[in-house]
Design a protein around this ligand. Structure first.
Ligand SMILES: Nc1ccn([C@@H]2O[C@H](COP(=O)(O)O)[C@@H](O)[C@H]2O)c(=O)n1
Ligand SMILES: C[C@@]1(CO)OP(=O)(O)OP(=O)(O)OC[C@H]1O
Length: 158
């Protein structure tokens, strides 16, 4: 059995917050605003897994009206969702994600992000791909008002 899910998320930049992306902290003058730690990439991945499972979205499971998730570590949210996938007998077939950001330059951080994501979803590194693209200075990402991320995951059950 194969299930496919996709996720997409956006967070705006804000001062006085660390930039947390893919479960790692990246040096940058601004971080992302949100109820949780605003890890836009892990949110997209979490939504992709929930999509594959047919179980709604991140806001359904972790509402931003619930103070338990204020400042939440998005890695913990993904871990919780990944347990749901494991309970149904799924493993990652492969996952692909794209971060859309004019800045910072992410290429040098992507190997660490991949490793972190692979650990969180208990996958082989070779089954996890993370990419980055600018929007050539166009739109809200191009103006550096925020970042976006999208992810697609294939879950496999034997
Ligand atoms: N925040 C980013 C955005 C892009 N990259 C890398 O640069 C390459 C070229 O980006 P374009 O948007 O001009 O296509 C891209 O393929 C990434 O490798 C990056 O590191 N960080
Ligand atoms: C993660 C949650 C919960 O803290 O908050 P945010 O950090 O605002 O993130 P978002 O991507 O808007 O979606 C789900 C939320 O419920």
């Amino acid at each position: 059995m194969i299930k496919v899910g996709q996720g997409f998320d956006v967070h705006s930049f804000t001062d006085h917050r660390p930039l947390i992306l893919g479960g790692i902290t990246i040096p940058h003058p601004q971080g992302l605003a949100g109820h949780s730690d605003a890890d836009v990439l892990l949110h997209a991945i979490t939504d992709a897994v929930l999509g594959a499972l047919g179980k709604g979205d991140i806001g359904t499971h972790f509402p931003d009206t619930d103070e338990r998730y204020e400042g939440a570590d998005s890695a913990e949210l993904l871990r919780t969702v990944w347990k749901m996938a494991e309970e149904e007998g799924y493993r990652v077939g492969n996952m692909d994600a794209t971060v859309i950001a004019q800045r910072p330059k992410l290429a040098s951080y992507i190997p660490d992000i991949r490793k972190r994501v692979a650990v969180l979803v208990k996958a082989d590194l070779s089954d996890i791909n993370v990419k980055a693209t600018t929007t050539e200075h166009l739109g809200f990402t191009g103006r550096e008002e925020g970042m976006a991320a999208m992810a697609i995951v294939c879950l496999v059950r034997d």
